[in-house]
Design a protein around this ligand. Structure first.
Ligand SMILES: NC(=O)c1ccc[n+]([C@@H]2O[C@H](COP(=O)([O-])OP(=O)(O)OC[C@H]3O[C@@H](n4cnc5c(N)ncnc54)[C@H](O)[C@@H]3O)[C@@H](O)[C@H]2O)c1
Length: 416
């Protein structure tokens, strides 16, 4: 079987990790069992460019059980769990192309390998697969059934392509499903970002001040969790409504320029470029820690940091680089890449259970019809089925409306 991974002898550890995650993914397990019976992807080739983690392994197992010829590569050079990649190849028979720490050339070579399989379905986390197909292999587009997109940054890129008339295949914006962003971006990123920071630095959070750049789903979760750990929280925003929301949630809102002198820890979760720049690094306290949990490694301007530090950079601990900035020390984690996936294990399986069940069901929905190019929402029936299955797995029961209540809410005649 084709593959490009670090070491197949790591498979036993990877199997344990995948099985451990599966224990917390009951909804996806049910999806896999149904797919095995119904074979919704029979004879179809599906290329997935996702973070190669234990949770993703359970997603691709479900797709394979559903009859798909699945090929998997890494959506980020630093997020691959090499033991999981080994298990996928040796135990689960899924061709995988991902090596933790792979260079840019290998990263793009792996994307090309996925494209060479002539997929009809894609799964992306950041839109690199779909954009490479459009840029370099447009001849493949007529045979594409469609794709799904997992993250905010990818959906923004795809919507921009659609607006320009450049998108030539249908895409389901899985990120925009409530069963995804309300839980994955908020609780998953919130917890795992702090987990990555703690694993990388072993710092005590209580009593420190965190500056959270961006108060979207990820920023809200992060600010909420940091507060719970005893941190003072400062938020920076560019959206006036999000800024009011952060203030009313009890956080101090200010500009990055003012926040630079306050923070012990800075985390970017904006999906935007150059949010922390040279002038900001110069104002930071001695010992400030800076990291990113947004999709691409562009939120912290590292070239400008190199400049203000006159190139003085030293690795002081795994995932921690020290820069000397005008007599002070600034620490950058994981080269400015997603700290939760580089220094920790990404989101916990329990939250990915909902994201990846939504992803698998959206792909099944797409495979069963012929949609025209564009960006589609996840159908509400899918969202409701995932939410109900998750509640049931949690052993939580909720009320059902009485016929009288249904009638009341459907009527405009009743009131005071
Ligand atoms: N680390 C992970 O595992 C993980 C998980 C999910 C999403 N993401 C990524 O995290 C990023 C944020 O995702 P989200 O779902 O929270 O997006 P979102 O759109 O809900 O929130 C982003 C927020 O950042 C704000 N913003 C933009 N530019 C800014 C600037 N210069 N300064 C301050 N704020 C600014 C926006 O106004 C917005 O409120 C995206 O890149 C997404 O792909 C990462």
């Amino acid at each position: 079987m084709q593959s490009d991974i670090k070491d197949t002898s790591l498979a036993p550890d990877g199997i344990k990790r995948i099985e451990w995650a599966e224990r917390d993914m009951p909804v996806l397990r049910q999806v896999r069992e149904r797919f095995a019976k119904e074979q919704p992807f029979k004879g179809k080739t599906l290329a997935a460019l996702l973070h190669v983690t234990a949770e993703t392994a359970n997603l691709v197992r479900a797709l394979k059980a559903g009859g798909a010829n699945v090929f998997l590569a890494a959506s980020n050079p630093l997020s691959t769990q090499d033991d999981v990649a080994a298990a996928l190849v040796k135990e689960y028979g899924i061709p995988t192309f991902a090596i933790r720490g792979e260079n840019t050339e290998t990263f793009f070579k792996h994307i090309e390998t996925l494209i060479a399989q002539k997929p009809q379905l894609t799964m992306d986390d950041g839109a690199d697969l779909v954009s490479t197909i459009h840029k370099d292999h447009p001849g493949l587009l007529p045979q594409m059934i469609g794709g799904t997109e997992e993250t905010t940054t990818g959906v923004i890129r795809l919507r921009a392509m659609n607006k320009d008339g450049a998108l030539k295949m249908p895409i389901v914006a899985v990120n925009d499903a409530k069963t995804k962003n309300l839980f994955d971006n908020r609780y998953g990123t919130g917890q795992s970002t702090l987990d990555g920071i703690i694993r990388a630095t072993d710092m005590l959070l209580a009593g420190k001040t965190i500056v959270v750049a961006g108060y979207g789903w990820c920023g809200k979760g992060l600010a909420m969790r940091a507060k719970g750990m005893g941190m003072g929280v400062v938020v920076t925003e560019v959206d006036p409504i999000k800024a009011i929301e952060a203030a009313m949630d009890g956080f101090f809102v200010t500009t990055m320029e003012s926040a630079t002198t306050m923070g012990d820890l800075f985390v970017t979760v904006t999906g935007n470029i150059n949010v922390i720049r040279g002038e900001h690094f110069k104002r930071m306290k001695d010992g400030a820690v800076v990291c990113n949990s947004g999709h691409f490694d562009v939120e912290i301007n590292l070239p400008e940091l190199q400049k203000v530090a006159s190139g003085v950079r030293k690795e002081v601990r795994r995932f921690v680089d020290e820069y000397a900035v005008e007599g002070k020390r600034v620490y950058v984690l994981a080269d400015g890449r997603l700290v939760n996936l580089a220094a920790a294990e990404g989101h916990p399986a329990s939250v990915m259970d909902m994201s990846f069940s939504t992803q698998a069901l959206a792909s099944e929905w797409m495979a069963g019809q012929k949609l025209s190019p564009g960006v589609y929402e996840v159908p509400e029936t899918i969202e409701l089925s995932v939410a109900k299955a998750k509640l049931s797995a949690m052993g939580t029961h909720i009320d059902t409306q009485t016929p009288e209540q249904e009638k009341y809410l459907a009527s405009w005649k009743e009131g005071t």
